[in-house]
Design a protein around this ligand. Sequence first.
Ligand code: PMP
Length: 444
Amino acid sequence: MTSETQPPRNDWLQSYWMPFTPNKAFKASPRIYESAEGFYYKTSDGRKILDSFSGLWCCNLGHRHPKISEAIKAQVDELDYSNAFNFGHPKVFELANVIAGQFPGDLDHVFFVNSGSEAADTALKIAIAYQRLRGEGTRTRLIGRVNGYHGVGFGGISVGGMVNNRKFFGSLLPGVDHLSFPYDSQRQSFTRGEPDADVEPYMQQLEEIIALHDASTIAAVIVEPFAGSGGVFIPPKNYLKRLREVTKKHGILLIVDEVISGFGRMAAPNAATHYGVEPDIVTVAKAINNGSVPMGAAIVRKQIYDVFMEEMPAGVEFFHGYTYSGHPLAAAASLAAQEVFRTEGVYENTQALAPYFEEGVHSLKDEPNVIDIRNVGLAAGVTVAAKDGAPGARGGEVFLKTYEEGVAVRANGDHLAVAPILTMGRAEIDMTIEALRKGLRAAA
Ligand code: PMP
């Protein structure tokens, strides 16, 4: 578009193609956030909106935490960018140590990227290359899960299992299987925390997939600790632990996608710690720096890193990376955010608040159209009955009505997802639940 054809101001919504958004509906009735502070957004029409989705599962410490803002400002005045290939800057090394230090066992090496999608694709590439470098080059197959979400790269959508994110995009990666979704809505609806269900049928299915293709062809299994974008569904007790045992037995890597669960969401620093499970690779993003500057990472076990260092011929040990990997602003923001997580009692607050939040969300059980509720830590999913022939429509309506009540949550189809900021208190939880209650009633 040339300057002569610059649209008039009243067409200012014209050019932006919005991600994961019904563009036409949005542009007919836009919601614009102009500023934010703490627990609140401020809209262009002057309203204050309580952010009960932590941005998009990322602003776990609230908006514009002063320590994070200061760190970014100081960094931009010192080093705005550093070539990530063959050069480094001090903060990215420091940050890698800080991040690695939070994960169990020998998850010691951190490969920085710019998003959760990039983290997933990076982890899958590491897994396949690792198998090849250690002399198991036939191990190229991948196993994901139905309703799983690992971002929008071709790797992520291939192992992911959300139908709409896959079906428009061709044949995707070859050699991918999907485990069943470990949630039985007949038996597990309205469960609190991890359902008390038998995980062995899921492990049996995994064994069958492995037997079908032979373990010698399978590189990795990738799962989310709980399905976030899929609607907040929590696998039964011991699911991840058993998955670790089965994958280990067959020499298959376990990749755990902690893009949502990393940094406090489950009332623990991360799911690996929460479950006492040591994955081979963990992916993180989002709250790594409180959502302030795009950043993600794949964290790998020492033995994987060592194989790259030892087996790759001299020179570049991994042909992969991004112009903005370990960006100085993202790294500075993350160092500050991690210090806040460590020193401001964030995990303790989350732990203390989680039971109150659980009571609150389950108090919505008898509201109109509610057919299921689940929760873990400070995350919850409330499912409403789909309208005939219009899946997702009712969820969208409840989302909008709740927003009209001054609270932002998220609708993933007919699943309303709630993810309060981890530093909120009971008052904000009450506001969230009451707005949802009104939203559910108004949409009925
Ligand atoms: N993995 C998981 C588990 C996620 O929840 C998300 C984002 N919601 C992603 C990957 C992709 O992250 P991004 O949008 O930063 O690419």
